[in-house]
Design a protein around this ligand. Structure first.
Ligand code: DAH
Length: 342
């Protein structure tokens, strides 16, 4: 094929190319080792030296022209591709948005967060323990040997003779003491607990507690009262008062039940507090010496207090919720009333 003829053909075909694939085919057709431009070179064999010079220069010029054309086209096609991509991905800011439901924090999670903030502020740490617990930690090391009548206070789900679903968060005390081996402790432990209760407005077979344990030199009942007053005021309101009444728990001696001034009448007496002005919120006491000893602590050296508060109970008092089952029904009309406390 003549040089000029080939040039014209190449220009036409490269101009009509519409994609990078086609352009690559054209590149192979004209510029590869076995391509049309190379085959023109083969004609050189039959030419004189003078002719070779001009012919060679012409073929070179043809090669440069085709290369330049292909490069130009390649840039054009690449630009086009970017432009198309940008157009495709363009965001139309005038388009109406679609609405979605914003979730709210569960009221129990909100109160747990508040408890953690309060006690972290007092220098406590947050501890955890398993919901599937052994009898030894849930009862025996808490001064409740097998057959102890006080076991009846908590009707427990047993998996076998040794394993159970924890009926209280108190076994976390045992775990912490065994871990700390005689050293001072200040922890709270919020978590799930289980009891074989018939569900009704005030009972749930699965509920939550928050345990507290402080051990150290010269810790007294006054420290317990101080910590619980801070908690009650923070969660239920600055105007709240607390009082301690003697009670019984196997893991504390002395044991107390703690009341808060009535959230409804403020202490004057109403139907909610049965005219007493007080509402019971938790159990507590000084950790029993037997418990300290069984968990590796010397009561002569270190003593302290523990408490266990029902999280549903204080959340119900805080928000005036009358049925514990509301927490677990997942009715959005109930849940949406709670916005995260800031
Ligand atoms: N575990 C007790 C319960 O579930 C509550 C409790 C009472 C916890 C006294 C304590 C405590 O740590 O000292 O009824």
């Amino acid at each position: 094929m003549e040089i000029l003829e080939l040039k014209e053909e190449a220009i036409n075909s490269i101009n009509s190319v519409n994609s990078l694939v086609e352009l690559n085919n054209a590149r192979t057709k004209y510029l590869s080792k076995k391509g049309l431009v190379s085959s023109l070179m083969a004609n050189m064999r039959n030419l004189s030296i003078e002719e070779k010079k001009t012919y060679g220069a012409q073929v070179n010029e043809l090669k440069n022209t085709i290369e330049a054309l292909i490069k130009e086209k390649e840039e054009y096609l690449n630009d086009l591709k970017v432009k198309e991509q940008l157009e495709k991905e363009a965001i139309d800011v005038t388009m109406p948005s679609y609405s979605f439901n914003e979730g709210t924090m569960h009221p129990l999670s909100m109160v747990i967060k508040e408890l953690e903030d309060i006690f972290l502020g007092l220098g406590y740490e947050v501890a955890t323990g398993p919901e599937l617990e052994c009898d030894e930690y849930c009862f025996e090391k808490l001064n409740l040997p097998k057959g102890h009548p006080a076991r009846d206070m908590q009707d427990t789900f047993y998996l076998d003779a040794e394993m159970l679903l924890r009926s209280q968060t108190s076994p976390v005390q045992v775990r912490e003491m065994l871990k700390e081996k005689g050293k001072p402790i200040a922890i709270i432990c919020p978590g799930k607990t289980y009891r074989r209760d018939q569900d009704d407005a005030t009972h749930s077979h699965q509920f939550m507690q928050c345990e507290g344990l402080v051990l150290g030199k010269d810790i007294t009942l006054a420290d317990l009262k101080g910590a619980l007053l801070v908690m009650a005021k923070n969660i239920l309101g600055e105007d709240k008062k607390i009082r301690l009444r003697p009670s019984y728990f196997p893991f504390t001696e002395p044991s107390v039940e703690v009341d808060v001034s009535c959230v409804k009448c403020g202490g004057k007496g109403c139907s909610m507090c049965k005219n007493s002005g007080w509402i019971e919120i938790l159990g507590a006491g000084m950790v029993n010496n037997n418990v300290l000893r069984m968990c590796g602590y010397d009561p002569e050296e270190i003593q302290g207090f523990a408490f266990g508060v029902g999280i549903e109970r204080i959340t119900m008092l805080k928000y005036g919720i009358e049925d514990i089952r509301n927490f677990y029904m997942n009715d959005l009309r109930f849940l949406k009333q709670f916005k995260e406390a800031k």
